[in-house]
Structure formats: structure tokens, C-alpha cells
Design a protein. Structure first.
Length: 329
């Protein structure tokens, strides 16, 4: 599941509530080289406006053209005819068709196209994922009926020709401890990657400089360790300590390393990290296995010097770990 798919559903819900006809299109199978993986989602509004993608663009153009043509003929978008269930459509079945639609290396896409008639399930799904729940959505291809259920970590998309189950998880979340220049650079980049970014710093002289509106982040009040406990980091959460103050960083790291957070990092030299690990082990009962999860010095080794360069290294390593975990599931 990608956070982008949650944004697609949010757009689809807004369009439906505004009175537009909406069609959802999901990639269910790919052969050869395909730009988007199974589970990728596209929403097409009745007038041709789209959110999301299922290919590099040419397939979307054809889907839009079909939708607009149906509307101009006085009908409804494909799949929205009364009583109709979802349709299965394929692109690139032949080499000539693959070339026509711009699919690389003769790739083939199989899609499920379904009308969005009842938007209540979308609202429920978005509310549940906002509460950091993994949700499995199943659509019956005969009737179009949709059911929601709690998903299991690592559960994959399932398609058997009669039903389609896709998994939607919460947005990736990043908690930054410290509100300095580096934290603000990291926050900007993480927001661009669709992370929900939270910043915790009880030091008003630092937190007072935050321009949260331009950053797209949210400040969380309180001491960092209390904030981490209340946040209850899960496998979609990263915690990065950047305050340069051991009293703040160590306490937050102690809680984060005992949580399922997929990434825990801390700023500091190798010498500082060795001292930090010794403190955490001796005074906070952090085990050797938990300490091994700490990325410190934080970030990829790219010889970064400026705050912006260090931010690139931090965010790149965080994304690297995130994607490796997702591939392993």
C-alpha cells in the first residue's frame, strides 16, 4: 500500500460527495515491464479528471477518453451503468497494443475497473487508516459489493477473478525530536515524500522558530519520551533524534528502540554514538538487540556537510529501510 492510494481515495470521496460520477481502476496483474505495481489505484471523474496512476500515462489517456466519450453520449462512465459490477480490462495483450499504449518492453496490464456508487466505505476506510489501522478492502466482481476488514501485517493483494482484496495502511509517519535547522530541512523533504511529519521540542527558543504552515508539519507538545509513548510507534513510524541534547534525544530513543518503529536514528559522531549506546544500556535498560536497531550516525554516508545535505542523507536512508521492509513482506 502506498500513501498515494489513500490520497486517491480521498479525492474520489470528495468528487462523489460533490455529485460527480467516479470510477476506480486497480492494477491486478502485470506481465513484463510495468510502470506501476499490482494494487496501484486510479480514480477517474466523469469529466475526465484523474487522481493516481496505473501506468506511465498512455493507459490513463485511453481510460479518460472512454469515460468522456461515454458521458458525451449521454451515458455514464464505463462500469457505472445501472446494475453493472466491476469490469476486467487488459492493455498490451499484443506487441502492437503494447507499443500503441506506450507500455515498455511489451508489458501487459490487467485492471479492475469499478464504479464508485456508495462512498460510505471510502469514508470508513480513510477514518480507520487515519487511526493507524491496516485495512483490507474486498470487492465482489459480480455484485460490486465492498467489505472492509482488519488486515494483517504483510498481507498482500489477492485477486482470483471473482474478488479483489487490496490492503490499505496508514500514512508513513515521522517524529523528529528537535526543531532546529536540520529538523526543518528533514521535515520539508519528508513531507514531499508524503510522510506525516511531527516535531517535538520542549525548548521554546527552538520551537518558536518553526513555520509549521510552510513545512506542512505539526508540532507535538511535551517531553520527547512522553510523546513517543503516547504516539505508540508502529511499523509505519520513524523516530529521528536531532536535538543535540542528550536529555531529550536519549529519552526519546529509549522508548523508540523498544517499539516496532521501522526506523530509529540519532544525529552525532561515531564517538558520540558509542557514548550514547553505553548510556542507554547502563541507565535505561536498553538491550543489545534494541541498540543494534539504532542508525547512528544517522543517514547514508555521502560526506554531507550542510543541513540540506545531511537532510538528504537522513531521508534517503529512511526511505531505503522503508522500501526494504516493504519488499520483504
Amino acid at each position: 500500500m502506498e500513501s498515494l492510494d489513500l490520497r486517491v481515495l480521498a479525492d474520489a470521496l470528495a468528487w462523489k460527495r460533490a455529485g460527480h460520477a467516479v470510477t476506480l481502476v486497480t492494477v491486478v496483474e502485470t506481465w513484463g515491464s510495468a510502470p506501476r505495481p499490482p494494487g496501484a489505484l486510479l480514480a477517474v471523474r466523469g469529466d475526465g479528471l484523474v487522481s493516481g496512476s496505473v501506468s506511465g500515462g498512455c493507459v490513463e489517456d485511453d481510460l479518460i477518453a472512454r469515460t468522456k466519450a461515454a458521458m458525451q453520449d449521454g451515458g455514464e462512465p464505463p462500469g457505472n451503468r445501472p446494475g453493472a459490477g466491476p469490469d476486467i480490462i487488459a492493455y498490451g495483450v499484443t506487441k502492437e497494443e503494447a507499443a500503441r499504449f506506450g507500455l515498455p518492453c511489451g508489458g501487459t496490464l490487467r485492471l479492475v475497473q469499478e464504479p464508485l456508487r456508495d462512498a460510505d466505505w471510502v469514508e470508513q476506510l480513510l477514518a480507520r487508516t487515519a487511526a493507524h489501522e491496516l485495512v483490507a478492502r474486498t470487492v465482489d466482481l459480480r455484485s460490486g459489493a465492498v467489505t472492509l476488514a482488519r488486515a494483517q501485517r504483510g498481507q498482500a493483494m489477492a485477486f482470483d477473478g471473482a474478488s479483489l482484496t487490496t490492503v490499505f495502511g496508514p500514512k508513513w509517519r515521522l517524529l523528529l525530536v528537535g526543531a532546529g535547522q536540520l529538523s526543518q530541512a528533514v521535515a520539508q523533504m519528508a513531507v514531499m515524500l508524503d510522510f506525516e511529519v511531527l516535531i517535538c521540542d520542549p525548548r521554546e527558543e527552538y520551537a518558536g522558530t518553526l513555520d509549521l504552515a510552510s513545512l506542512g508539519a505539526r508540532r507535538v507538545p511535551g517531553m520527547p519520551d512522553d510523546v513517543v509513548r503516547e504516539l505508540r510507534p508502529d511499523a509505519h513510524t520513524a523516530v529521528v533524534a536531532l536535538s543535540h541534547d542528550p536529555k531529550l534525544d536519549d529519552m526519546a530513543l529509549m522508548e523508540a528502540l523498544k517499539s516496532p518503529a521501522f526506523y530509529v536514528g540519532a544525529l552525532g559522531s561515531r564517538r558520540n554514538q558509542a557514548n550514547r549506546k553505553q548510556r542507554l544500556a547502563e541507565h535505561f535498560d536498553v538491550t543489545s538487540d534494541e541498540l543494534a536497531r539504532l542508525h547512528g550516525p544517522v543517514g547514508l554516508a555521502i560526506d554531507a556537510k550542510t543541513p540540506a545535505e545531511i537532510a538528504v542523507s537522513v531521508v534517503a536512508q529512511m526511505v531505503q529501510i522503508k522500501n526494504a521492509r516493504a519488499m520483504a513482506q
